[in-house]
Ligand binder design. Sequence first.
Ligand code: ASP
Ligand code: MG
Length: 400
Amino acid sequence: MIIVHKYGGSSVATTDKIIEIAKYLGEVKDQGHDVIVVVSAMGKRTDALISLAKEITKDPDKRELDRLMSTGEQTTIALLAIALKSLGYDAISLTGVQAGIKTSGFHTKNVIDSVDNNKINDLLKEGKIVIVAGFQGVNSRGDVTTLGRGGSDTSAVALAAALDARCEIYTDVDGIYSIDPRVYKEAKKLPLISYDEMMELAYLGAGVMEPRAVELGKKYGVEIYVGKSLGEKNGTIICAEEKCMEKKLITGISINENTAMVNIENIPTYAKNVYIVFNSAEKNGVNIDMISQNDVTASHGSMAFTCPKTDETALERTITEIKEALPDIKPEINKDVVKISLVGIGMISNIGIASRVFKILAENSISFHQVSTSEISISLIINGEDKEKVAVLLSKEFEI
Ligand code: ASP
Ligand code: MG
């Protein structure tokens, strides 16, 4: 059986940790498995590399930035190979290019198009432990590319798909929890979660797994194990819906604190004005999430939208711009909000979940600003100060 292991930045942050991982990989190899290892850059090295480029210019050339960032992972593969060899194991490190990971798209945001598995297969047949630099590949021009922040997860799943291997992602959390245990102490670790739920939780801000990796897993039917480093086998398996025996209504709740809300009062209700607002947001690079608008039959109305708090500068530019175009409007940014989302495939076939959510809010006099839904989720924008209370109330109500 071929197994792909992936170790994230915090798992390989020091040479001591790399030595520990090498010892463990040796044990896995000794059990008779073919082992491929995908690694991230050590600790916060990718951030450090980007900072170096930014010491030179605010807007570094993206082709060269890809080259620079790709070196983070390349350091780790070499060190891990050195560690394995010093323990007497036959190992070889490969960059993304050498591993046959072909990408397309824009520099710093590439997608994997294909993986040529011939070379890795040959190396495995020779009995080698194959160590591959995550987060990178090569485009049709032969340039080194990277896959966007957090992209090593995607490399691991793509390799597992190409080599028909099992995929195990080791990280600093011991699995996927129904809700952040720092917010709700009784949060449960999920033995299984479906691809769709995981993607929804990842996009909604749960942050454990790179959503594109989960998407790829779904596409190619690769089950993804997520757990803590070194031998602990009680993590979470991300798999097809049919396998998730536990048919709970709500699987998880995510809390996204990186949320800001903009209210715009007194806006003349013409579609053109709404366009002015969102066109300006787009031009300035504000990533819009939820949108709501009140009665469009009145002459003036109000509307609101949310976006990541980290888009703040772009948001301020947008506000200045739309105030110039629409002098009467009253826009206001509220940064003291969070988005709380309930996710569960059970929602597809069960009614009454929204009503239960609003009952809880009503009984506890909690106000909310916006609501949005998908087939398998309900998201609410609430005041930051109500975050813990709402999280606990909803966790209890839906027994997550
Ligand atoms: N080193 C890259 C990053 O920090 C990729 C990864 O860790 O997945 O984003
Ligand atoms: Mg990560």
